[in-house]
Design a protein around this ligand. Structure first.
Ligand SMILES: [Mg+2]
Length: 266
C-alpha cells in the first residue's frame, strides 16, 4: 500500500490517499487535468519579494481584505493562547513535510527533527499551523504526523486557505498570500509584529509582512534527504536564541544562519 499525499488537491476523506498503484495513476491523471493543488509548490518560480513589498504591504485594498478576514474567518482554538509567549506560524507542505513523495506512512515523509523542534519551540512560542490547503487535509496531515496528539507540545490553532488573501502585485499579477494581520487582528492581546515569526518555503506568502517571515529551505525528495536535512535542528536553536529578545523588530530573518553562528561564537 502506497500513500500518496499528492492527492491533496482533492477534498475527500483521508482514505482516498491510500491507493494502490493503479488508483494512484488515476489520481495523478485527474490532478493533471484539474491543475496543481492550491498550495502550488512552484518553489522555482518563487521570487524575491523585496521589490514588491513596498507597493503591496500598505495598500488600502489589501488592508481591507485583511480586516474582512479578521471579521469573518472562524478560528477554532485548540489550545488557548498563553500569556507572555511569542508566536510561531508554520507552513506545512515542504516546510514540515514532503507531500509530493510517496511512502507507506506519512511519517516517512516528515521533516527530520519535527517533534524535537516543536517540543523546544513550545517552551517559548505558541504554535500555529497555516497551510494553503483546506482544513480537512491539514487536520489529516497533522494527525498522520502525530503533531495534533503529541504530549510534549500543543497547537494553538490552525488556519487554512480561506484565511489567505489575494493581492495584486505590479510585476507578478495576482498572488495568494498569508497575511499575519489576520492573526494579529483576531488575537491582538497576545500577538503582534513584535513577537511573531513565520516559516514558509514560499517567500511570497509573507508579502504582506516581510519583516516576520523566514524562508525555510524546502524539504523535498524525503527518501533521499531524510538523513541529511538538518534545517529544523538549526532553526530550533535560532528560535531559542531570538526568544531571549523583547521584540523581533530589529531582526532580518534572511540572515538567520549568520545571526545564529555569531551568537554561538560568543
Ligand atoms: Mg509550503
Amino acid at each position: 500500500m502506497i500513500l500518496c499525499w499528492i492527492s491533496n488537491s482533492f477534498s475527500g476523506p483521508l482514505q482516498e490517499c491510500y491507493q494502490n498503484d493503479r488508483n494512484y495513476l488515476d489520481l495523478k491523471l485527474k490532478e493533471d487535468v484539474l491543475g496543481p493543488p492550491p498550495d502550488n509548490d512552484d518553489v522555482v518560480n518563487d521570487f524575491d519579494i523585496e521589490d514588491e513589498v513596498v507597493e503591496v504591504e500598505n495598500r488600502e485594498e489589501n488592508l481591507l481584505k485583511i480586516s474582512r478576514r479578521v471579521k469573518e474567518y472562524k478560528v477554532e482554538i485548540l489550545n488557548p493562547p498563553r500569556e507572555g509567549k511569542k508566536l510561531l506560524v508554520l507552513d506545512v507542505d515542504y516546510t514540515l513535510f514532503d507531500h509530493r513523495s510517496c511512502a507507506e506512512t506519512g511519517v516517512e515523509l516528515m521533516r527530520p527533527y519535527l517533534h524535537e523542534f516543536l517540543t523546544s519551540a513550545y517552551e517559548d512560542y505558541d504554535i500555529v499551523i497555516w497551510s494553503a490547503t483546506n482544513m480537512k487535509w491539514i487536520e489529516a496531515k497533522m494527525k498522520e504526523l502525530g503533531v495534533s496528539t503529541n504530549a510534549n507540545y500543543k497547537i494553538t490553532f490552525m488556519l487554512d486557505s480561506a484565511a489567505m488573501i489575494t493581492v495584486h502585485t505590479p510585476r507578478r499579477g495576482l498572488i495568494d498570500v498569508k497575511p499575519l494581520g489576520v492573526i494579529w487582528g483576531k488575537f491582538s492581546e497576545f500577538y503582534s509584529k513584535k513577537n511573531t515569526i513565520m516559516f514558509d518555503d514560499i517567500g511570497r506568502n509573507f508579502l504582506m509582512n516581510p519583516q516576520n517571515g523566514l524562508k525555510i529551505r524546502p524539504f523535498m525528495k524525503a527518501h533521499l534527504n531524510r538523513d541529511k536535512d538538518k534545517e529544523l535542528l538549526k532553526l530550533t536553536q535560532y528560535l531559542k536564541e531570538i526568544a531571549k529578545l523583547d521584540d523581533f523588530l530589529d531582526l532580518n530573518h534572511k540572515y538567520w544562519e549568520r545571526y545564529l553562528s555569531k551568537k554561538q561564537g560568543q
